[in-house]
Design a protein. Structure first.
Length: 133
């Protein structure tokens, strides 16, 4: 696939997330998807990705996570996003604070056969904790 086609898959994937249409994500993900959430221990499959992310999304009201920029080369797509939401539920052991959270994320996605096969998330956990303190 072309880099533009790969970017379109990633855009559609994040558009579905922002619409909270988690049931649509499988159509953008390879059956062998591995999601690395900051560390080198992956979550496997789209179900693992949704389960790990949904608990985060459930802790914030009115969240948005738009793509600010997409850059692609070969089978790789880098997505720069900004997450915003009101902390309304338990998040990583921190009870709801009612505070607005805003932080940036950088995702590196690898595509195979027109679908996302690997997703690596990079963000500043301490920034998140400091904002919720």
């Amino acid at each position: 696939m072309t880099t533009e086609a790969n970017k379109a898959v990633v855009q559609a994937f994040y558009d579905a997330i922002n619409r909270r249409e988690f049931d649509l994500l499988a159509q953008y993900c390879h059956s062998d998807l591995k999601f690395y959430h900051q560390m080198d221990t992956p979550h496997h499959g789209v179900e693992g990705f949704v389960a790990s992310e949904k608990q985060n999304f459930d802790a914030f009201d009115d969240w948005t996570m738009p793509i600010v920029e997409l850059i692609a080369e070969g089978d790789k797509v880098a997505a720069y996003l900004v997450f915003q939401g009101i902390h309304s539920g338990l998040h990583q052991g921190v009870p709801a604070t009612g505070k607005k959270l805003r932080f940036s994320l950088l995702m590196l996605l690898t595509l195979k056969d027109g679908k996302i096969i690997e997703k690596r998330a990079h963000f500043d956990r301490m920034d998140i904790r400091n904002q919720l303190a």
